[in-house]
Design a protein around this ligand. Structure first.
Ligand code: C2E
Ligand code: MG
Ligand code: MG
Length: 674
């Protein structure tokens, strides 16, 4: 119809562009190519139908690269999910379970499992899995898990060579083991990545995909990072287990520490209550220990402490009744059976035989005397803490009274009285406006500019000068004064902010710390509304710092509270992050803006204890959740340098400035900047 080829081509182009007329279909050819097929009717100028035009285009490349990007994005999602896990999971089993779950969910894998190497048995033991597993572990032939030289299993090879194994294309007949079983599960490729801790493969991470050829080079690079992160977490948890031991036991003597001792005392109290019997808590302070330590050296001192621990264990017949508290302080809990009829007599004998016992150090014989303070249940208290405190008071008294041992009496504790007067003083302090806010600047790490300030309360005691918050906030909380003082702090901070703004100074946001009690109080939101109600600009200048543990206590309530605050235009930060036990799945849901990494992590960052990795992980996690990160307590240039490298946004700490009075803050930082 169209004699001129050029005209025909032109006409065809017109037809193709008339989308209403064209039909489009994507075809998958047998050889794996993907084709885009258009067709359209050819209508002549006379309006008659002359046939159809077909147009084919090979889009294989575009399609695979799209799929790859999708795949890579998924792996990134998995990576950040796993990173988040590492910070918050403290138990290996949970880590493995969650790692598999996150991988399958975020990475859209068909299934995933983690196995641990059992070298003695020559076998990889699956410990966690997720996805479409079904009876995989029951029907899989033993080779799948074997490690031996002769196995054809990919997992075993990955462990032996400490390199990933990929089976990308079953079609070429390379996949022998379980090929049908895998295809029945819709699986067309898989990768097995060794988990390496130290220089050993301790397990494998196995991932299964529906798409043949899924595991290309880039994908594998990311997945290897991921396996590296899991390995890091395993290592970290192992170290943590050791720390847990240290959290309950004294490393030197192997006796319980104070925490565990108090737990045990509480246990003994419960059984004494039910049997209506008595018990004693005794604290022992060795005399002259400091002399021995100083003159003979620390090693000899340590050896003596061990000998005393052994002697005490032998004397009371049960290490479970003993603890070492600090240096040369030991504690004893003695149930009725041990005490016999007369507690006084028992303890007197114990002290005498201690004095009689020859301790040998450096070929010399030493006699060790001790002082002892005792509190009895139920006479001197019905709770572990109280008994302990009262025994402490009795021990203290022996030092001034010259007595070798003393039983607790009421007069020994003045602490209650002290607290009472402190409470009164704090009430007065509020009335007399003796509280002040100091400000510590927050610095943007990139620009070096001040971007905000944290308001930190102090009590300007007319008798003793500035008192730090750690000394009075617990009492404010105990007595409920915190509500009034907290409200004062909020109002004062907003007032300072608005004053600076009105004076044309840089409007840096002020952050106020909020006590858990304030947060749990039903009036909190209306309090805040009042505070920011004074000026339309107030909300934008206010940030609230809330500690992690508080938020996690009641997640539902926290979420609604935090959203309410943010709706008002207030910024919210999680304070002391890393010290609580956040649950990963909730962290992502929390409506917060900023995350402050606790000082303890910053300290650990450059002492080679794995702290750097932890901070890296926290920062990556925060960024993946779109949070801004502020490092607390930065004291050295080295810390600053590391944080900058990690793309931490802001820092706060003595390295730049300690908290200073509002006046100084204004002159030194705000005026200077403006
Ligand atoms: P926080 O919110 O974690 O505040 C940071 C603390 O670290 C402050 O102690 C600050 O002076 C200190 N700090 C800052 N940089 C460094 C550094 O480089 N090295 C070291 N070693 N310390 C640094 P501060 O002022 O004694 O406050 C202690 C805690 O008292 C605060 O911890 C906060 O939880 C609480 N607090 C302070 N003001 C208020 C308040 O108005 N209301 C309530 N509820 N709590 C407050
Ligand atoms: Mg704070
Ligand atoms: Mg903090």
């Amino acid at each position: 119809k169209f004699a001129e080829p050029a005209a025909a081509a032109e006409r065809m182009r017109e037809l193709m562009e008339d989308r209403a007329q064209t039909a489009r279909e994507e075809l998958l050819l047998k050889d794996g190519r993907i084709i885009d097929r258009y067709s359209a009717p050819i209508m002549g100028p006379d309006g008659k139908y002359y046939g159809r035009v077909w147009y084919f285009r090979d889009i294989t490349e575009r399609k695979t690269s799209e799929a790859r990007i999708l795949g890579l994005n998924r792996v990134y999602a998995v990576l950040s999910g796993i990173n988040a896990l590492i910070v918050h999971v403290h138990d290996r089993d949970e880590l493995f379970r969650e790692a598999c779950r996150v991988t399958v969910e975020a990475g859209a894998f068909k299934m995933a499992w983690i196995g641990l190497v059992d070298m003695a048995a020559g076998y990889i033991r699956p410990v966690a899995s997720a996805g479409n597993v079904g009876d995989f572990f029951e029907v899989a032939p033993p080779e799948v898990f074997e490690i031996g030289e002769t196995t054809i299993g990919r997992a075993g090879r990955a462990v032996r060579n400490m390199k990933p194994e990929v089976s990308n294309d079953f079609g070429k007949g390379k996949q022998k083991l379980m090929r049908k079983g895998l295809e029945d599960r819709g699986i067309h490729s898989f990768a097995i990545i060794p988990l390496i801790v130290g220089d050993k493969a301790i397990g494998v991470f196995a991932l299964y995909s529906a798409r043949a050829g899924y595991f290309d080079e880039e994908e594998m690079r990311l997945l290897q990072n991921l396996a590296g992160d899991i390995s890091f977490a395993i290592d970290h948890i192992e170290k943590q287990d050791k720390l847990n031991y240290l959290a309950f036991y004294d490393e030197l003597t192997g006796l319980a520490n104070r925490n565990l001792f108090l737990d045990r005392v509480a246990q003994y109290i419960r059984s004494a209550k039910s049997r209506k019997s008595r018990l004693a808590v005794a604290l022992i302070d060795l005399e002259r220990f400091k002399n021995i330590n100083d003159s003979l050296g620390r090693q000899v001192g340590d050896a003596l402490l061990k000998q005393v621990a052994d002697w005490l264990t032998l004397s009371v017949g049960d290490a479970g009744l003993l603890a070492r508290l600090e240096a040369d302080h030991f504690a004893l809990v003695l149930p009725q059976e041990k005490l016999g009829g007369d507690a006084k007599e028992f303890l007197k004998q114990l002290m005498e035989s201690l004095l009689d016992h020859p301790f040998r150090l450096n070929d010399d014989v030493f006699r060790i005397a001790a002082k002892l303070g005792v509190a009895l249940f139920p006479d001197n208290g019905t709770e572990a803490e109280t008994l302990f405190r009262n025994a402490e008071a009795a021990l203290k008294k022996t030092k001034t009274s010259g007595e070798r041992y003393l039983f607790y009496t009421q007069q020994m504790t003045e602490t209650v009285a002290v607290k009472l007067t402190l409470e009164n003083q704090l009430r007065q302090a509020l009335d007399r406006e003796e509280f002040v806010l100091h400000y510590q600047p927050k610095i943007n790490l990139e620009s070096g500019e001040i971007t905000g300030a944290e308001a930190l309360i102090r009590w300007n005691d007319p008798n003793t000068g500035l008192v730090p918050p750690s000394r009075f906030i617990p009492i404010l909380e105990e007595t409920g004064l915190i509500y009034d003082v907290g409200r004062w702090a909020l109002r004062q901070a907003v007032k300072d902010y608005l004053r600076w703004q009105a004076a044309g100074l840089p409007a840096v946001r002020v952050a106020v710390n909020v006590s858990p009690l304030q947060l749990r109080n039903g009036d909190f939101i209306s309090d805040i509304e009042q505070v920011i109600g004074v000026d339309a600009k107030a909300a934008a200048g206010l940030e609230l710092e809330i500690t992690e543990s508080v938020i996690m206590e009641d997640i539902k309530h926290s979420i609604s509270l935090l959203s309410a605050l943010r709706t008002m235009g207030i910024t919210v930060a999680i304070d002391d992050f890393g010290t609580g036990f956040s649950s990963l799945s909730y962290l992502a849901k929390l409506p917060v803006d900023n995350l402050k990494i606790d000082r303890s992590f910053i300290i650990e960052m450059n002492n080679g204890s794995g702290g750097l990795e932890l901070v890296t992980t926290i920062i990556n996690l925060a960024h993946s959740l779109k949070l801004k990160v502020i490092a607390e307590g930065v004291e050295t240039e080295e810390q600053l340098r590391l944080l900058r490298q990690l793309n931490c946004e802001e820092m706060q700490g003595y390295f730049f400035s300690a908290p200073v009075s509002a006046d100084i803050f204004e002159k030194k930082f705000l005026l200077a900047r403006s």
